[in-house]
Write a protein that binds this ligand. Sequence first.
Ligand SMILES: [Cu+2]
Length: 310
Amino acid sequence: MDSFFNPASPGSEAIHHLFVQFLWIAGFVFLLVTGLVLYFSHRFRATPGDDREPRPLHGNRKLEIGILATVTGIMGIYLYLALQTMVSVQAAPAEGQQPDLVIIGHQWWWEARYPTSGAVAANEIHIPAGKKLLLEVSSADVIHDWWVPALGRKMDVFPGRKNQVWMEANEPGTYQGVCSEFCGAQHAWMRINVIAHSPEEFADWEQQQLKKAIVPQVSLAQQGADLFADKPCASCHRIEGTAAQADIGPNLTHLGSRKTLLSGMMDNTQENLKRWLAHPQKVKPGAHMPDFLFTDEELSALVAYLGSLK
Ligand SMILES: [Cu+2]
C-alpha cells in the first residue's frame, strides 16, 4: 500500500525521515517525563503515620536555566531539521522555469495539462518515473488541496493563484492521493491517481493522448456519437476531433483508456458508465452534471461510443 509510511520519491523520503527524527526526540522526552513522574510519585508517596509536608523548593537558578537551555536546544534541533527538509523538498525552481505539469482542481475531479506536448488528461495523471517534475497547481472553482503522500508534499490549490510543487516517483507504479481540503459535497470522491511509467511507456501514452478521438465504426457507437452531439454534452465536455470543445467537465477524448471513472469513484466498466449516464445525481450527488432522461437504447449507444474512445 502506498502511503506516507512508504515514501516513493526523494521529497516524500525527506518528509518521512523528518517525521521519524521528530518521533525519536519526542519519544525520548515523553519517556523521560513519564519516568520522572512515576519515580517521584513513588519516592515521595504518602505513607501511613507520616503527615510531613515536603520541603518547598524556590529559585533553583541552575535547575531553571538547565531546563530552559535543554528545551531551547531541542527546539533548535527541531527548527534546524525542519528547515533543512523544507529546503530540500520545496527548493525554488530556476528563474522562469516552466512547469512540466499543470494541475487544475475542479469540483470534483482533476484536470492535468502537459504544456510541452499539449496533452490533456483527467483524473488519472500519468508521469514518467525517475524525473523530478515541476507542478503548477490551481483551481477552477473553490480551494482544493493536492496531496499524493508517497510522492511528495501537500500543496494548496487556489482559484486565481498558481502554486508550485515538485513531484517525482522513483519507480513505475500507481500512487493514490486525495483532495485534502474540504471542497463541497463530493470532496471525498476527489481522489487522485498518479500512474508512473518508464520514460518510453510514458512517451507512448502521451502520443496516444495527443491523437484525436477515433471515429466510431460500429453503428451503435455512431448513434452514441450523434446523441452526444445532439444533447448538451458538448457544452461541458471536449472530444478532440468533434464539435465538442468545452472544458467545464473532464476531457472525454480518451475516456475509454482510463481505468476508473469520476475521480477514482468506480472502475471504468460499461455497467458503471451506464449507471453514471442514467443518473449522475444518484451516483455522485451534487456533481456538476445534470440528470438527462435517456432511454435504455440511448444509454447503450452512449456507452458504446464513449467506451470506444481509447
Ligand atoms: Cu477538492
